[in-house]
Write a new protein. Structure first.
Length: 543
């Protein structure tokens, strides 16, 4: 098969004659190169140069090159002009096909002479092809030989027709000459590229535009709903919707509470929002309010007692307190992000803080319910519900990778393309650490800023392959809540819920770990906006 430039599906060629010739010429032996739709400037010196086109060029390293102009339908030549038959009669062709082919042939020769500083050492020919015709009658003009006319029947034995046109007895190959012809004139190549750091920035700009447009649409559509649950998978923009809704409500002089379960989410995302919005982690907010009202708190020390304290004691005390508040002291609006982490009683506690006609919004992803088993009760709350169906964060490649960890409700990706998910296996923690350093080194060498990288582990750092490290090689490694201008961040998967990072290294994955459930892996992997790296124990199902 000939080398095709470009190599395309012939069905995409609209002109039926050109499509037929492309299909036939593509079956030439591999020594041939077929170029389709070659464009060139009419006169290189003129400023207002016209772009011209040769339908096909066939190149062979022991024959030379052949320029072919293809015309579909029935064609005639009379009274010194070329005519085409359509709508019951002959009509003047806009261009002379012989001149087109001949001019392109000489234009290519001129370019070769300039590039190689010598004449082309092989032959050159031009021809016209009428792939929907099979007969010739009458007398040909002086500038057209019958050998230069290709008809339908010639396409079945195209190489024989080409040899006949060249009067060919094959010469020795002129590979160097053909390489110059192809690589410098007929099919030059060049690259327009960006460094990886710049690609990440472009992705973020695109994602921000998509997110803003989708956010605007959803908020406008749901503006009249005063109580609503938004269900959406990771990357569907729940957190950004919650923040934007909070700002709009605050701008209406409403008293607003925006809360969540994850401390890191509250500190990293909510804190900078607006002084008009109370934005805090749920339990910290409860403790703060109770202490402001002179209620003594005695947090226990043991893990089991602490669980009861946060799950039951604090919400009950806050409920009792807010039940005594006057209506004007309560919130006009309460918004709960990562609502799948909230127990039913906690939502009841929040209801007690809300005015009778107040607005209450919950943003939740049932597939991320790794802390709470009350998600089914939340789904059954009798309020209006809105399903978010589009992934506005992850690339198409990451979105595709997440499918096997999401039992239902997988999102349609809005950010097409992306780089493949990188997967690595390790046998020992030392081997994993070496792999992590190696891949971060590759990223740094491509100009990526350290602050774009977050390492997520099912376990705390002291129980990971990075235990005791404050640096990976010379690169600072800090906890996610540490403010550092340019360092690699580390967090557990669960503490990073609701947050995102340009590049995520998901490390320490083992099949036998209780904190490596499908839901955990889904949460961790979906934090990556642009690049995702997986580091799993050899033989793991996660690779």
């Amino acid at each position: 098969m000939a080398k095709l430039i470009p190599d395309i599906d012939p069905r995409t060629i609209e002109n039926s004659g050109e499509r037929t010739f492309y299909e036939a010429a593509s079956k030439l032996p591999e020594q041939y190169t077929l170029l389709y739709s070659f464009k060139y400037k009419d006169t290189e010196e003129a400023e207002d140069t016209q772009i011209k086109e040769a339908d096909f060029i066939i190149v062979h390293p022991s024959l030379g090159y052949l320029v072919i102009e293809v015309k579909q339908g029935d064609i005639a030549y009379f009274e010194g002009s070329w005519q085409e038959f359509k709508k019951g009669g002959y009509h003047l062709l806009h261009k002379n096909p012989v001149d087109q082919a001949k001019n392109a042939m000489f234009a290519i020769l001129e370019r070769y002479k300039n590039a190689a500083n010598k004449f082309f050492p092989l032959k050159m020919r031009y021809a016209v092809c009428f792939p929907e015709c099979n007969k010739i009658s009458g007398n040909l003009p002086e500038d057209l030989d019958e050998k230069s006319i290709f008809l339908y029947r010639d396409l079945e034995k195209l190489e024989d027709k080409i040899f006949d046109l060249f009067s060919a007895v094959e010469k020795k190959y002129e590979r160097e000459a053909v390489d110059i012809l192809l690589n410098k004139i007929l099919a030059p190549s060049f690259k327009i590229f960006s460094r990886l750091e710049e690609k990440i920035e472009m992705h973020n700009q695109r994602a921000e535009k998509v997110l803003t447009e989708e956010q605007e649409r959803i908020l406008e559509e749901t503006e009249l709903d005063k109580r609503k649950i938004f269900f959406g998978g990771a990357g569907s923009g729940k957190t950004f919707l919650a923040m934007e809704k909070s700002k709009r409500l605050a701008n209406q002089n409403k008293k607003v509470l925006l809360t969540c379960y994850n401390k890191n989410l509250a500190n990293c995302m909510f804190a900078p929002l607006s002084p008009l919005i109370i934005s805090k982690n749920f339990h910290e907010f409860l403790e703060e309010v109770l202490r402001e009202n002179n209620i003594e708190l005695n947090p226990p020390q043991t893990i089991d007692e602490l669980r009861v304290y946060f799950d039951e004691t604090l919400p009950t005390m806050a409920f009792d307190l807010f039940s005594t508040f006057n209506e004007e002291d309560k919130f006009d609006a309460i918004l709960v992000d990562e609502g799948q982490d909230f127990k039913e009683d906690w939502l009841t506690c929040l209801e007690s803080m809300l005015k009778e006609d107040g607005e209450f919004y919950i943003f939740a992803d049932p597939n991320q319910s790794i802390f709470n088993k009350d998600i089914e009760k939340i789904q059954k709350i009798p309020v209006s519900k809105h399903r978010l169906t589009r992934n506005l964060r992850n690339t198409e490649e990451i979105n595709k990778w997440m499918e096997k960890f999401v039992p239902s409700g997988h999102l349609r990706c809005q950010l097409q393309g992306g780089m493949p998910v990188n997967k690595f296996t390790w046998k020992t923690p030392q081997e994993e650490k070496k792999l992590i350093e190696q891949e971060i080194g590759r990223l740094v060498s491509q100009g990526v800023q350290l602050k774009r990288i977050t390492i997520l582990s099912p376990n705390k750092k002291e129980k990971s392959s990075l235990a005791g490290l404050e640096k990976l090689k010379e690169w600072p490694l800090v906890n996610v809540n540490v403010n550092h201008p340019n360092a690699i961040k580390f967090a557990t998967i669960r503490s990073f819920k609701g947050l995102e990072s340009d590049i995520v290294f998901l490390i320490g994955l083992r099949d036998d770990s209780l904190v490596c459930s499908d839901a955990d892996i889904y949460v961790g992997g979906s934090r990556a906006k642009f690049l995702l790296y997986i580091f799993a124990e050899e033989g793991s199902k996660f690779i």
